[in-house]
Design a binder for this molecule. Structure first.
Ligand code: NIG
Ligand code: FE
Length: 407
């Protein structure tokens, strides 16, 4: 079956002239879930000549972009941290709360207690918020289980979410998120457990596509993260890191040199770190939601990243502690207002660069012949509007792997 879209205002996100300013009256031919042709209607029909049935959708000048990609979320968890939010507003820091067994560990308790079914229902409700924002691919991390059984439980939930036809899910093991109560005072012992038991089992069951760490004073040292990364690589898993969020530990350069797809947060990244990302082709993933929600003031080194042409992705970091914001569009706006990114950088940040942060840039994140037909159709006329307004229900439909899902 073929799908022919006509009269689109097309923003492909591909670097170059047509990547941003929309090209008008464009047709797109979709065959077997892939983009078969782009351009005038006649040529697109030709590309579909071998197909017996063709469905045509005239989008009447609406804007079409690649489906949005949220490349960093912690969507699966139970409970919430509204009381911690109140504590922080009265002046207690995120670090202090973490050190007194609150923070991440509070969500770990609630998540361990929740059944797999409950976690699925909770995450699925949140996922709807992202779909309503035009998201067609989402990354989901574990990291609130911190035992083999509970990390696997979270990852199974993420995999099950990905069985829905209208979303692609990439899963990431984040066992090195915090030191669990069973290993208090013995972070190295927990790292041993991650490397000897959790990563092998998760790899064996194919529950994760990548492995992440939290490299920070309140979490794990660069040496400990290196062990996790090396083990992950030995099991054929991709790596990425929560690095330089609250202080400069050198985690980003370490991750980049070991081949990380992305390093995320990076408010405290220094010049040497930026150079390492540039040299290694690592994506800098910016998470302005966490910056906003924690009331941070240290800005990531955006100008240096620009100067060295480091691809910048933007993601929600959706989680109960630092970014309970289930809206990638809001995050795009924050990237403009808080980090001074341009709307064009934001568009690339949630499409082509987000795809690269997930190792998916060979087939997602751009509207290009041969790539997966993942598209978002908007009642908008220019892609700058995606970063400009918040909360306006301007999405008409998403197309995922060539299947049409109206709003
Ligand atoms: O990306 N920095 C570490 N992890 C999450 C926060 C997790 C939490 O507080 O529950 C983040 O900000
Ligand atoms: Fe995160």
């Amino acid at each position: 079956m073929g799908l022919l879209i006509t009269n689109a205002n097309l923003t492909s996100a591909t670097p170059g002239e047509t990547g941003y300013a929309p090209s008008t009256a464009t047709a797109i031919a979709i065959h077997n879930g892939l983009i078969a042709a782009i351009g005038d209607k006649k040529r697109c029909l030709q590309a579909l000549s071998s197909t017996s049935t063709i469905t045509t959708i005239d989008v009447q000048g609406q804007l079409i972009t690649p489906g949005l990609i949220d490349c960093h979320t912690h969507l699966v968890f139970a409970g919430n941290r509204a009381r911690e939010f109140e504590q922080r507003l009265s002046g207690v820091s995120y670090q202090t709360i973490a050190e007194s067994s609150g923070g991440i560990l509070a969500t770990v308790s609630a998540t361990r207690e929740a059944s797999e079914e409950t976690l699925y229902q909770l995450a699925n409700e949140r996922l709807q918020g992202f779909k309503n924002n035009g998201v067609t691919t989402i990354e989901i991390k574990s990291g609130y289980g911190l035992t083999l059984a509970d990390e696997c439980k979270m990852l199974r939930v993420a995999r099950r979410l990905g069985q829905q036809a209208d979303i692609k899910v990439v899963t990431t093991l984040l066992a090195a998120h915090a030191i669990p109560p069973e290993f208090t005072g013995n972070a190295d012992g927990y790292i041993d457990h991650i490397c000897q038991a959790i990563i092998p089992a998760v790899a064996n069951e194919r529950l994760a596509d990548a492995v992440d760490v939290f490299c920070e004073k309140i979490a794990f040292t660069p040496q400990q993260c290196r062990r996790v990364f090396e083990t992950a690589r030995n099991y054929g898993l991709a790596i990425k890191g929560h690095t330089e969020q609250l202080s400069n530990m050198g985690g980003s350069a370490l991750a980049a040199r070991l081949g990380a797809y992305s390093v995320d947060h990076i408010e405290y990244l220094d010049t040497e770190g930026v150079a390492a990302l540039a040299a290694c082709g690592t994506v800098a993933t910016l998470l302005p939601g966490a910056f906003y929600f924690l009331g941070e003031t240290q800005l990531p080194p955006i100008d240096q990243l620009r100067r060295l042409d480091v691809p910048m992705a933007i993601a929600s970091d959706f989680n109960p502690g630092t970014s309970p914001i289930a809206s990638l569009r809001t995050i795009m706006n924050m990237a403009c207002t808080l980090y001074r990114l341009t709307p064009e950088e934001c568009l690339r940040g949630v499409t082509i660069h987000a795809a690269k942060a997930l190792g998916l840039d060979h087939d997602r994140g751009e509207i290009r012949v041969g790539m997966a037909a993942d598209l978002a159709i908007w009642r908008l006329s220019h892609p700058a509007e995606l970063s400009y307004c918040i909360g306006v229900p301007d999405l008409t439909a998403r197309i995922v792997d060539g299947h049409y899902f109206p709003q």
